[in-house]
Design a protein around this ligand. Sequence first.
Ligand SMILES: CC(C)(COP(=O)(O)OP(=O)(O)OC[C@H]1O[C@@H](n2cnc3c(N)ncnc32)[C@H](O)[C@@H]1OP(=O)(O)O)[C@@H](O)C(=O)NCCC(=O)NCCS
Length: 151
Amino acid sequence: MTTGVKTHTISFVKSQKTMVKTQVEYRVSPPVTNQELNTLFASAWPDHNTWDFTPTLEMSLGYVCAFQGDRLVGFVNVAWDGGRHAFLLDTTVHSDIQRHGIGLELVRRAENLAREAGLEWLHVDYETHLSEFYEKCGFKNTTAGLIKLKD
Ligand SMILES: CC(C)(COP(=O)(O)OP(=O)(O)OC[C@H]1O[C@@H](n2cnc3c(N)ncnc32)[C@H](O)[C@@H]1OP(=O)(O)O)[C@@H](O)C(=O)NCCC(=O)NCCS
């Protein structure tokens, strides 16, 4: 299984005049707190409610986190059926650092994680406006279904 820390450098515009370079570090299944995850999710998901992620992380095949220094700026979870299928959930990049390739890197590393675990299929579902993102990640379109069980 993939372990260890890998980094990539991204450049982003901090203000109209300043372009900064920053290092983003990717870790597979590192220790991460509810506070870090809730802060990240609150920035990227408009309807996010504070949530206890502990059971999700415990049930996961693994997850990938992106850090800018000490700050959690990205997360994706690889849920597992115990057999040949994994399901990508909660791909999230902090709102102030989106569109710099972090999402693509997270998904690429999540795919490696599932591949190295010997699984055969990686699934994801998403809203239509994210088709381009998941196509760039390498997913092929399929028909899928969803039932909302709780309001
Ligand atoms: C979706 C998300 C994870 C993408 O992460 P990201 O780091 O911003 O994406 P990347 O920079 O790796 O995007 C790579 C490419 O995917 C496409 N893409 C990414 N986000 C997109 C969006 N919101 N709409 C359309 N295309 C998008 C673009 O082609 C982009 O390349 P470009 O920036 O050169 O045009 C991030 O926008 C996010 O956290 N959104 C809120 C939470 C969410 O909806 N998650 C999806 C769960 S299914």
